[in-house]
Write a protein that binds this ligand. Structure first.
Ligand code: ADP
Length: 174
């Protein structure tokens, strides 16, 4: 059973074994947390993402899927890239968002990561309500324990999203 905690801050500073990137399906960078991760990791991250596109996902990473790269100049060991559903494109099914969290945990466990940090996937440019993201994220992580993963941390940008996650955790009795 993993410990689940929530902090406010910049996920690029996290020293968990893995951090999760709320990427887009091109894997070639973007705004928000994706842009911050690419800036902090340095240009080798983009090269690694291009390699993933060439070798494994020529048509792009599907929504709800996850894939890992090295973390290069970041203090963590791996970046796990996942693609959240975009509400502005009608991608509003909770299972799509839950899959981002569970598939990222699967990938982290395969890598041997003991700790993983998630941002509030889809709660920014992809237009999901923060409370809904928090409820889905907390439920998905709670229902998908992975052997070896001791710490799951939600790293939230700003008090509004932080409170949404705190609320979701307290509703589940954590
Ligand atoms: P999406 O396109 O999946 O909605 P965004 O990056 O636009 O992704 O936003 C997802 C969440 O990540 C938002 O709550 C946003 O405020 C937050 N965020 C942006 N930069 C960072 C960062 N450096 N660390 C942690 N969270 C971040």
């Amino acid at each position: 059973m993993s410990t689940i905690d929530t902090v406010t801050g910049d996920i690029t500073r996290e020293t968990t074994d893995a951090i999760v990137n709320a990427a887009n399906s091109t894997l070639l960078g973007g705004g928000g947390v994706d842009g911050a991760i690419h800036r902090a990791a340095g240009p080798r991250l983009l090269e690694a993402c291009r390699r993933v596109r060439r070798t494994s996902f020529p048509d792009g990473l599907p929504v709800g899927e996850a894939v890992a790269t090295d973390a290069f100049d970041l203090p963590c060991r791996w970046v796990i890239h996942t693609v959240g559903p975009n509400a502005y494109r009608g991608q509003t099914h909770p299972a799509l968002l839950a899959s981002c969290f569970t598939r990222s945990l699967d990938v982290a466990a395969e890598l041997g990561a003991a700790s993983i940090a998630f941002p509030a996937i889809s709660a920014g440019a992809y237009g999901w309500d923060a409370d809904e993201v928090a409820r889905i994220a907390v439920a998905a992580v709670g229902e998908h324990p992975k052997p070896g993963i001791e710490t799951v941390r939600f790293v939230l940008f700003g008090p509004r999203v932080f409170e949404a996650f705190q609320q979701a955790l307290s509703e589940r009795g954590d």
